[in-house]
Design a protein around this ligand. Sequence first.
Ligand SMILES: C[S@@+](CC[C@H](N)C(=O)[O-])C[C@H]1O[C@@H](n2cnc3c(N)ncnc32)[C@H](O)[C@@H]1O
Length: 497
Amino acid sequence: MTPPRKPNDPSRRTGPRKAGGAGGMSKGKGPHKGPNKGPGKGTGKPMGRRPGGPQGKAQGNRPQDSDRPDRPARPMDPRRAAHRLVCAVLEDQETLAELTGRTGPLARMEPADRARAQRLATETLRNLDPLDALLAQFIERIPAPPVQNVLRIAAYELATGEAAHGVVNAAVTQISAMHRYKQAKGMANAVLRRVADVAPAAWADRSPSRLPEWLREPLVMAWGDEVITACEAAHARGAPLDLTLREQKLAEPLSAQIDAQILPTGSLRVDRSVQVSALPGFDAGTWWVQDAAAALPARILAAKPGEKVLDLCAAPGGKTMQLASAGADVTALDISPARSERIEENLTRTGLTARIVTGDALDFAEDGWDAILLDAPCSATGTIRRHPDLPYAQDGSTISALIDLQAQMIDHALSLLKPGGRLVFCTCSLIPDEGEVQVDEALARHPGLTTDRAALDLPGIDPAWITEEGGLRLRPDYWAETGGMDGFYCAVLHKPA
Ligand SMILES: C[S@@+](CC[C@H](N)C(=O)[O-])C[C@H]1O[C@@H](n2cnc3c(N)ncnc32)[C@H](O)[C@@H]1O
């Protein structure tokens, strides 16, 4: 194994990609060719927070415990819990996934309360800009972050039709209980009453939130302002529920049973709010939740019955289950013991089989695989529709190291493949450095390695999504009329025989 390279290693190619070329690129849909290799890479710029947006980590801005009166020791009411979540994302750069996990601060809440808190926090973060714009009409001076976040959550509730008296009273009570900020309760009362007068009518005309500059700037450089504006609109719309079936032949009957749409690529889409575990087929393990874009890497790998397939970075096992349901002899590896348990649970529910290995992909030494699926750790910037907290919980500072890790993982995976084997590399990222550029660079590093364009010729895959180097670029603004898709990149790489 080669030693890890430092971020910004000069041995990495940094020149702009060729203009024009195959597929979508020639139509100007591909990455705009700029010198910037992505956030944190070669730009020499610090990854700052957006001006006027979420606040930095300065201690002075942080709410004290008494300003977050809801310590985990006692169950929280949903509004207070939502406030705790929003503060933790914006002030401490924690993710909602971490905060709402099985051991997080919401663990002791009743499921319905927890779900409400999570929804309030998620939608407040999704709509931060329009909420701030709504509040700005009535606020003279932006208050301290803990107070501002109470106002944002309350404004979201008012904008979406909650009864004004309950929302305003709860917000004022919450601020009164904040030792350092209780004097702001009069202002909050006045502001929220005025918001209640104009919302939800004003809400209908809102503009989507803009991505913070640390992410927007490199994405605009890669894809252009129009595309990123369309992605922001997709992020604002959120994501429907997509299901992958254990047996594709069940698509017709199941879609009728659960009132779902069959998408061109074979996933089912449920475009209404549902309790997932109550849908027909959940207990029987007939399907699992997986975004339609996330289902494509395993589809293009096209595992055959009996093939020896390694799923690297496998948890919680969405792609493992696809590979196993194709009849492959699957080994699923993940570094996280807790997340590996999720693979086990998912396999048990769906009645599918795979060997599970917990460990670092870079230390795994078994070779001779017919095919490997590498769903490498990445910025996850393709999943902002589902995780609107992500742009605020990150600042781009880890992306450079992730890019280097992905390259190491590609090289290691290629070394484990048998001659003539195939590697599917994928990331749920919108950043070309974590997709197109990785494959470009892998092709340059490994003489004889090729991308397999024919593997992309599958039902529902638009040829315009195929990239210059022979991968597949999926974006949140695609399928806008049917509910969008996550941002993803995937490519099939063939090792020479
Ligand atoms: C994008 S998620 C994988 C999603 C999964 N493939 C699926 O379809 O359900 C990335 C995973 O990589 C794992 N991971 C991160 N670094 C790793 C490493 N060095 N070796 C193995 N797994 C790693 C994480 O624990 C995480 O579960």
